[in-house]
Design a protein around this ligand. Structure first.
Ligand SMILES: [Zn+2]
Length: 110
């Protein structure tokens, strides 16, 4: 993979956002590509210079305002038989089947 095909994934790689397979593929490329390896090294160096003190911390009123709005936000209602409703009805059917089976077993035991 000397064509830098995964170069667009370098940021995701540095942020540990890639799955294992992609990470391993990218590491293979980095081992044989000094250009990309250099880019990763400079991103990491840049990252280390950005210390937590330099990050902007949101004021407390903003945090509480966002949390308040999230708590009061209306959740979207499922339209008709959505996937959630289908799962619920499948679970109901499974419970009914289990209950019927238990009843049958109990009647057999008599
Ligand atoms: Zn490369």
């Amino acid at each position: 993979m000397a064509d830098h095909g995964e170069r667009h994934l370098l940021h995701a790689y540095i942020d540990d956002e890639l799955d294992l397979v992609r990470s391993l593929e990218l590491e293979e490329h980095l081992a044989e590509c000094p250009d990309c390896a250099q880019e990763v090294a400079s991103y990491r160096a840049l990252r280390q210079t950005i210390t937590p003190e330099l990050r902007y911390k949101a004021p407390g009123y903003l945090r509480s305002g966002v949390l308040n709005r999230l708590e009061n936000a209306e959740r979207p209602k499922p339209a008709g038989m959505g996937s959630g409703a289908r799962v619920a009805s499948a679970a109901d059917a499974a419970l009914d089947a289990a209950a019927a089976s238990m009843t049958t077993d109990r009647e057999r035991g008599r």
